[in-house]
Design a protein around this ligand. Structure first.
Ligand SMILES: NC(=O)c1ccc[n+]([C@@H]2O[C@H](COP(=O)([O-])OP(=O)(O)OC[C@H]3O[C@@H](n4cnc5c(N)ncnc54)[C@H](OP(=O)(O)O)[C@@H]3O)[C@@H](O)[C@H]2O)c1
Length: 269
């Protein structure tokens, strides 16, 4: 796995995603603690994170920008406008910026920060917490893109796509973990209704999801082929899948994905 070399990374906002990405990067030794700087509006949060992972804590955004080569913006999208207004003067011309802010386009970020920023947009997901994010990156600057790819390699898998695909990506992999949670929830729920203890039902559901994901990942066969392989004629799985088909599961699921994609487009405006 490629490291960030002697480049320094600064992270603004060590909440769920900022902290998860950094933990992955540090655990996989993609960056050394002394090359990581963090800043959060809530000083205690940055301080306890810095103490726990032995990284450097910046006391201001300008210190973070001065000490690092690339800055990862990891605050909520609704906090970005005031952040940009307050700190745009601290950014260097051409400063490298990686943004994971959902719905915040490169154009909007560039307009808010000014000074010809080198911007990479990334859409990770919650899998980052366990080093299994699916992250899509997009950007025009090759060096910044390569930096971002190395960074997100530290917390899962990375694919590069054009920015126009990000609403679709948000619907599939950005929001995706919740669809799988929901499916496991439904499996466990049925188990409980049929008499299983909740903790047993939960294990059955989660371990099944984990096994299926690992199989799909390690197999040469597609998900469709794997499904066909476990669906014997007139068997139990076929009975379940036929019922889903009759209930127009595929159509409803496609409508759900379209709703997520449309919502992502709305948020972008
Ligand atoms: N969660 C996901 O699955 C997911 C997936 C893909 C992308 N994203 C994107 O990731 C970003 C972060 O999401 P999250 O779930 O990690 O949010 P979060 O847990 O709320 O973390 C954001 C952190 O940034 C801090 N913050 C807010 N304004 C700041 C400022 N001006 N300067 C420094 N720090 C500031 C917040 O402090 P306060 O708590 O005090 O506000 C919080 O500690 C979002 O833009 C989201 O769109 C999230």
């Amino acid at each position: 796995m490629k490291t960030l070399g002697n480049k320094k990374i600064g992270v603004v906002g060590v909440g769920n995603m900022g902290a998860s990405i950094l933990e992955g990067v540090l655990t996989r030794r993609i960056a050394t603690p002394s090359s990581v700087w963090v800043y959060d509006k809530v000083m205690n949060k940055a301080e306890s994170f810095a103490r726990r992972l032995h990284v450097c804590r910046a006391s201001s955004v300008s210190e973070l920008l001065n000490k690092t080569d690339m800055v990862l913006l990891a605050m909520k999208p609704q906090d970005f406008a005031s952040f940009a207004l307050e700190h745009r003067s601290s950014f260097r011309p051409g400063q490298g910026v990686i943004s994971i802010l959902a719905g915040m386009t490169t154009e909007k970020i560039a307009r808010a920060l000014g000074k010809n920023m080198t911007i990479v947009r990334a859409m990770p997901n919650l899998g980052a917490k366990v080093g299994q994010s699916m992250t899509v990156v997009c950007g025009k600057n090759k060096r910044a893109l390569s930096f971002a790819k190395k960074l997100f390699d530290g917390c899962g898998k990375v694919v590069t796509l054009p920015e126009k695909m990000l609403d679709l990506v948000t619907a599939i992999s950005g929001s995706g973990p919740a669809y799988f949670f929901n499916l496991m929830e439904l499996l466990a729920d049925f188990g409980v209704k049929q008499g299983l203890r909740p903790e047993v039902a939960e294990i059955l559901a989660v371990q099944t999801g984990l096994g299926a994901a690992l199989l799909a990942e390690s197999s040469q066969e597609s998900c469709a082929e794997l499904r066909q392989r476990v669906t014997s004629k007139k068997g139990t799985t076929e009975a379940a899948l036929r019922t889903l088909q009759r209930g127009k599961f595929k159509k409803v699921f496609q409508q759900a994905l379209r709703a997520a994609m449309n919502r992502s487009r709305e948020l972008r405006k």
